[in-house]
Design a protein around this ligand. Structure first.
Ligand code: DGL
Length: 355
């Protein structure tokens, strides 16, 4: 009798293991690359939603906090950095971009989720949108509240990001950003509020879709080139050209501009007032910088709309580039990568109308 019980138990266990492995084989293999931020933050009390410490919780703890992940993916985690994202650097971006490309080249990796602080999440997303050489999904996710807070948004944001990364609908859409049940494209998403959970928006140009169900629902795609369609390759880069941003305002002067030039900036993004306007006190120094070889991109501090070429300045005569609709912080990224290919302003302007 015992022999038949044991035989029955072994056969049941064997059947379960086969069923489990078949089920696991059907689930997408998603790698979570953790970089820090509030999603990995912790506060002193459950009502601490500001004044907490970012980048204190490791990737495995983030994964363990969302056991539902194992129902939608075979997930593995890597701690790439552990920083608050205001301290993200070009070197971090090169390390992260190379790691993403290495992983996505592996046939057993179906998608990548990157947990990240929200302060510069939109910038990292756009950088990766230009350098990732795969159509597989890459989804950046953050949180506006630490995991210790009441109604922390990190766990559900992480679950949604993994769901999107494993979705066939997300293939070929470019780098995505997932917070608050929404799916945004890397090029146009931006943080619009210092602290509220609905901070990430794609004003005017529109987000790409929602997570509900649990399913990724897409309604739009980006019209600009990204990932495998771009001309940028970071595989042999150990540094990016120095590009800095000067901010336009009433009573502006050229001190900051000239300090950046003196420090060796190869490019300057001028985040001007209105339609990228340049103050009369600043224009001579900006023109001189261009004549001395620094590439100048006219952007706007406004946040939405096209910076028109030859609108608020004679760009043809001054040999300036305009940012199209890119924010100043994203124009800096495109200019840095553009300068790894050329310093020809006609070629650089083409890139701003292409990416
Ligand atoms: N220090 C900010 C950062 O790491 C916290 C904001 C957040 O991650 O939501 O970006």
């Amino acid at each position: 009798m015992y022999r038949s019980t044991a035989k029955h138990f072994i056969m049941t266990l064997f059947a379960f293991l086969i069923a489990f492995s078949v089920h696991a084989e059907k689930l997408p293999n998603i790698t979570i690359l953790a970089t820090g931020g509030t999603i990995a933050g912790s506060g002193a009390t459950s009502t601490t939603t500001v004044g907490y410490t970012a980048a204190t919780v490791g990737v495995q703890q983030l994964i363990n906090a969302v056991p539902e992940l194992s129902k939608i993916s075979n997930v593995t985690g890597e701690q790439v950095f552990q920083i608050a994202s205001e301290s993200m650097t070009n070197e971090h971006w090169l390390t992260l971009g190379k790691r993403v490309n290495t992983l996505l080249a592996q046939p057993n990796v179906d998608g990548i989720v990157i947990t990240h602080g929200t302060d510069t999440l939109e910038e990292t997303a756009y950088f990766l949108n230009l350098v990732v050489k795969s159509r597989k999904p890459v989804v950046l996710v953050g949180a506006m509240r630490p995991g210790t807070a009441l109604s922390a948004d990190g766990p559900i944001n992480l679950y949604n990001a993994v769901l999107i990364a494993g979705s066939p609908e997300a293939v070929g859409k470019g780098v995505l950003v997932a917070l608050g049940d929404q799916i945004h494209g890397a090029r146009d998403v931006t943080k619009t509020n210092t602290s509220t959970p609905d901070s990430f928006k794609t004003p005017e140009l529109g987000m790409l879709g929602y997570v509900q169900g649990p399913k990724a629902h897409f309604y739009h795609v980006s019209t600009r080139k990204h990932t495998v369609e771009t001309e940028f390759d970071i595989s042999n880069l150990s540094a990016l050209p120095q590009v800095d941003i000067v901010y336009g305002y009433a009573n502006m002067n050229p001190v900051a501009l000239n300090a950046f030039i003196a420090a060796g900036a190869k490019g300057i993004v001028h985040a001007g007032t209105g339609d990228g306007s340049v103050a009369a006190k600043v224009k001579p120094d900006l023109a001189a910088a261009r004549k001395n070889g620094t590439v100048i991109v006219r952007a706007s501090r406004v946040g939405n709309g096209i910076v028109a070429r030859n609108g608020e300045a004679n760009d043809d005569e001054l040999d300036f580039v305009v940012s199209d609709t890119l924010s100043a912080q994203k124009a800096r990224i495109l200019l840095m990568l553009g300068l790894t290919k050329t310093s020809n302003t006609k070629e650089l302007q083409r890139m701003f109308y292409m990416y």
